[in-house]
Write a protein that binds this ligand. Structure first.
Ligand SMILES: Cc1cc2nc3c(=O)[nH]c(=O)nc-3n(C[C@H](O)[C@H](O)[C@H](O)COP(=O)(O)OP(=O)(O)OC[C@H]3O[C@@H](n4cnc5c(N)ncnc54)[C@H](O)[C@@H]3O)c2cc1C
Length: 381
């Protein structure tokens, strides 16, 4: 039987209080204006909600991925747009944690935990989405530097991050594309770095996403993160961790949509009685609650595997796929149970649905997650 510890319940409670106090009032406005309020980021850092899995010696509280998931779940329960904007300030620290040099850890991790620096991950390209190994952005060695040329797309924080971890092609001798990729830290104030944000996104409007171009950007060779040629494999290790965090967004989003719906069906009367008294409505609420609880279980279990040092990539993918799909399903039923009011932004459930949808696409689409799961079960075909 899985139970949270007293300390974990306290973290959950603190995160809930923070999100209710800081997000609830401003979420819709930030979404409409397609912007973020950095004061929320600074406050979240001050209260120690960012990258809680970072060890104490690098400025973090040294908690686990489960604690990080509890925080993200509570945040997303109120608003996933703000949650994603906050999460993406430290999106990638998992990789620095995994393969960074001592100098890199000392330089970046404390600053990220303090909210003095924010980062991003630049993997996706116009012709390399699900097929990560097709990355074409090139980093060529020249006089102790890498010279980077190429394009990335859908990059979170592209105009806000202090630095990005960029997946590049570094040499052409490897036999497989997978063996030719390397992760390189690129500071965004380097000459030749250009970024353009997207506007009018369906989802996550409070968070910054856009296109990046690298035109002869030069960084020192010491910016290599992990071993040269191991970038693809290290990024997959990173995904095993980050996908579980994204699963927690799904759990929180589903719970938030369910909370709104419970309150609505209790208040709304038709045929002279509350919707909540009708058995078909009760059945829908029971379905939504059960699916959300099942999603929570798989998310917590996948996080616990990371914390016990026994990561299970298939389980991380199961959590990411299942929690995303449940978030969409629950948010969809939430709109249905709100009737016409459901499509009005002020009732919030449409907002939950819009944000839920992207969970099925980024960080590995749900189809790609199923490929990972099937590979574990069936082996390679
Ligand atoms: C809001 C947002 C933020 C993002 N942030 C970042 C970021 O910070 N950094 C970053 O690097 N990327 C980021 N991404 C990119 C994201 O990771 C990609 O969109 C995702 O990997 C899918 O790639 P794609 O969009 O090119 O779709 P494609 O790969 O073209 O996929 C299109 C469809 O084909 C399906 N498909 C593809 N391959 C298979 C297969 N083998 N079997 C079955 N179906 C398949 C997919 O599941 C999908 O349904 C972000 C995306 C969004 C929307």
């Amino acid at each position: 039987m899985f139970e949270l510890t007293r300390e974990q319940r306290q973290i959950q409670k603190a995160a809930r209080k923070f999100a209710e106090g800081e997000f609830r009032e401003v979420a819709r406005e930030l979404d409409a204006k397609e912007t973020f309020d950095d004061r929320i980021w600074k406050k979240a850092a001050e209260l120690g909600f960012l990258a809680v899995f970072v060890e104490e010696k690098y400025g973090g509280p040294g908690m686990g991925y489960l604690e990080q998931c509890l925080i993200m779940e509570e945040f997303a329960r109120v608003d996933m747009g703000i949650t994603h904007a906050l999460d993406s300030t430290f999106f990638g620290t998992q990789l620095i944690n995994l393969v960074g040099t001592e100098d890199q850890k000392q330089k970046y991790l404390p600053a990220i935990c303090r909210g003095d620096m924010r980062m991003g991950m630049a993997i996706t390209e116009p012709d390399a989405g699900s097929d990560v190994a097709r990355v074409r952005t090139e980093a060529v060695k020249e006089n102790g530097e890498y010279v980077i040329n190429g394009n990335k797309i859908f990059i979170t924080n592209c105009t806000l991050a202090d630095f990005l971890v960029v997946l590049c092609r570094t040499e052409t001798n490897g036999s497989r594309n997978h063996d030719r990729l390397s992760a390189i830290i690129v500071e965004t104030d380097r000459e030749g770095y250009e970024a353009r944000p997207f506007h009018g996104k369906l989802s996550l409007r409070a968070s910054n996403t856009g296109e990046v171009t690298f035109k002869g950007v030069r960084v020192p060779e010491t910016n290599l993160l992990g071993e040269e040629g191991k970038g693809f494999y290290n990024i997959m290790e990173f995904f095993n961790r980050s996908r579980v965090q994204v699963a927690a967004f799904g759990v929180g989003t589903a719970q938030g949509a369910l909370d709104k719906t419970i309150s609505h069906v209790r208040k709304r009367e038709q045929f002279g009685k509350p919707l909540a008294s009708m058995q078909m409505v009760q059945g829908k609420i029971a379905d939504m609650a059960t699916l959300t609880e099942a999603a929570r279980s798989i998310c917590y279990r996948a996080a616990s595997k990371l914390d016990t040092g026994t990561p299970d990539p298939a389980l991380s993918s199961m959590a990411k796929w299942y929690c995303s799909e449940i978030a969409v399903k629950v948010a969809d039923e939430a709109i249905q149970l709100h009737g016409g009011y459901g499509i009005l932004e002020e009732y919030d459930v449409a907002h939950y649905w819009r944000n839920a949808k992207v969970l099925e696409i980024f960080e590995g689409s749900k189809e790609v997650e199923k490929v990972v799961i099937a590979k574990k079960i069936l082996g390679k075909y």
